[in-house]
Design a protein around this ligand. Structure first.
Ligand code: MF3
Ligand code: CO
Ligand code: CO
Length: 287
């Protein structure tokens, strides 16, 4: 019996294959992982995600204005919630798979998904990731930044800087018709120059019509692996870079089972943007 592999990519019915179709089918025939057609956003959807990205950037800019030593992370949650709702949007994190707050605030050894709480008071020298996702008219935009509270150590300062460089270098590696693995490879290479650990258990993701879509965007790995990157795809890159081991675990003290901390409790840093793949490279939608 003949076994015919199901195609992922389909040309639009009744139309001649475009240049884009031909490139995708070329790679699919070579056995590479390619997106399905529904991961390619329409111009209207892209406009929607851009508008969501503008609100999301406004949220993080508002945090940047107000964050200071002595403030607790529940106050950050309120700033984010209020700004988002005042701009006609909804915080995607709130009640997402049981997550109890509107934003993630991850301090020092907390890698990600830190839950805002009154007891978590920001101290001089802390490094904090604030990660917010907006839903506007059904469109999702996701980004995070690091904030240094007052003055920190040169070691933590370097970690925050290199994590940002990892995001930039990953975005630079994301060329049209390259592969998700090219992004991860570039990030891992940069981080490991500093003997930092790249978190493997969590990754970037497609985003736009849902919070987490295909593809998985690993921040480590090999060139030419993972999904083909095609113009019209929207996804995050969000490397989590650890000062020590790349290994992480769920904090036992977190009753919700969300908070991720480093295996050696050394600090971790992360930056995230939502990107649109174009014919020329990526465009940041959460500037
Ligand atoms: N914003 C995170 C991401 O970058 C996801 C947070 S999910 C939450 O994918 F439930 F913890 F908020
Ligand atoms: Co995020
Ligand atoms: Co994300």
């Amino acid at each position: 019996m003949m076994f015919k592999k199901k195609r992922r990519w389909h040309c639009l019915s009744g139309q001649e294959p475009t240049e884009l179709d031909k490139k995708v089918m070329y790679w699919e025939n070579k056995g590479k992982e390619v997106p399905t057609r529904d991961l390619i956003r329409t111009p209207e959807e892209i406009e929607g995600i851009k508008r969501s990205g503008i609100v999301n950037t406004g949220v993080l800019d508002e945090v940047a204005k107000q964050i200071h030593a002595g403030m607790n992370t529940l106050e950050i949650d309120k700033i984010c919630y209020d700004y988002c709702v005042a701009h006609g949007a909804t915080p995607a994190c709130l009640n997402y798979e049981g997550y109890p707050k509107s934003v993630c605030t991850s301090i020092n050894e907390v890698v990600c998904h830190g839950i805002p709480k009154e007891e978590d008071v920001l101290q001089e020298g802390d490094i904090v990731n604030v990660d917010f996702t907006t839903i506007l008219d059904g469109y999702f935009a996701d980004a995070s930044r690091m904030f240094i509270i007052g003055k920190t150590t040169p070691e933590k300062e370097q970690l925050v800087r290199v994590a940002k460089e990892c995001l930039e270098i990953g975005a630079e590696a994301a060329k049209p018709y390259s592969f998700v693995g090219d992004i991860g490879h570039a990030i891992q290479k940069h981080a490991e120059k500093y003997h930092y650990g790249v978190v493997r258990d969590l990754c970037g993701h497609g985003v736009g019509l849902k919070f987490h879509e295909e593809p998985e965007v690993l921040h480590f790995g090999h060139r030419g692996t993972g999904m083909l990157l095609v113009p019209g795809m929207v996804f995050t890159i969000e490397p989590m870079i650890n000062m020590g081991t790349w290994q992480v675990f769920i904090d036992e003290d977190d009753e919700y089972g969300w908070e991720v901390i480093t295996g050696d409790e050394k600090p971790s840093a992360q930056w995230e943007h939502t990107f649109l793949m174009t014919e020329h490279g990526v465009e940041i939608l959460t500037h």
